[in-house]
Design a protein around this ligand. Structure first.
Ligand SMILES: [Zn+2]
Length: 288
């Protein structure tokens, strides 16, 4: 079971979210059949999105769009405050590795572009905020977004590690934020610790990576756990929802689909589930 843990220092000056998203990214890979670089790019976006949604209260929804101008195309995901996330990458087939180390490459295939966050508080008045992509590696772009757009100094580490068959081995990350009232010596201590922290991949390789992350973040500083919540890849699509979408096409279009195409097939972009509507189904919708 994947989870996100929210923690805060005893002093209340720093907070950190750490998460294990291994099953979440595995499910995304299975549903979309992504190749190596595409799996990592999509997985990192899902992790960033889960952290952003965990930062919201009530019944909010957060959409993340990583819009690059290179091979991946767009990566789109949506997460809610209940820990559910869904997402897809336009080009599933990017599979580029360094010959020497076998390391999967991401940044160059995102290219230049924007990190877009749309927050819907359920009021029907979503709030959009955009920052430029810094490296296209998604973690750095996300940290830049948090610092620039939300004006909260933040350190972020997130990654997806693959096994020798390019299947997801482990996925997760953290976000550390300075809260108002933090003392200078405390900030200096945390900065130093974050700078000397092992690479996120090394921490994720640890047997208990949640604990490894917490130890790397807090060192000897005491902290408390505020909450521990389940997260996962869940798509909220349904046949009813696509029926609704078909109805909005109008009677004429539906009649053409029924008579000329003898039915319709719709595949959900977020989870690849295909819904089939026969000629009779379409006529039923027309008569409704
Ligand atoms: Zn779906």
């Amino acid at each position: 079971m994947d989870k996100i843990i929210k923690t805060i220092t005893e002093s209340g000056s720093f907070r950190a979210y750490v998460l294990d998203a291994t099953e979440t990214v595995k499910t995304a890979q299975e549903k979309h059949q992504t190749l190596s670089s595409s799996t990592v790019a999509l997985g990192r976006t899902l992790i960033a999105n889960l952290i952003l949604a965990a930062n919201q209260k009530g019944d909010s929804k957060v959409t993340v769009k990583v819009i690059g101008n290179s091979s991946f195309g767009h990566v789109i995901s949506v997460a809610d405050t209940n820990g559910q996330v869904k997402g897809y990458i336009q080009n599933k087939g990017v599979d580029i590795k360094k010959t020497a180390t076998g390391e999967v490459l991401v940044g160059p295939f995102m290219g230049q572009g924007h990190f877009v966050v749309i927050t819907d508080y359920g009021t029907g008045n979503p709030y959009t905020s955009t920052t430029p992509l810094i490296t296209g590696e998604i973690g750095e772009d996300f940290a830049y977004y948090l610092t620039e757009s939300e004006q909260t100094p933040s350190a972020v580490g997130l990654n997806v590690l693959l096994d020798e068959n390019d299947q997801v081995k482990v996925a997760g990350g953290f976000m550390l934020q300075v809260l108002p009232g933090a003392k200078e010596e405390e900030i200096a201590r945390f900065e130093k610790r974050i700078q000397s922290m092992p690479a996120i991949s090394t921490l994720l390789e640890s047997e208990d990576h949640i604990n490894a992350l917490l130890t790397a973040i807090y060192g000897d500083d005491s902290y408390k756990v505020l909450s521990e919540e389940e997260i996962g890849f869940v798509c909220d699509c349904s046949r009813e929802r696509f029926e609704g979408a078909l109805i909005t096409l109008g009677k004429e279009e539906l009649e053409a689909m029924a008579k000329e195409d003898h039915g319709a097939e719709i595949t959900c972009q977020f989870c690849e589930t295909t819904y089939t509507f026969t000629e009779e189904d379409l006529e039923g919708l027309i008569n409704d």
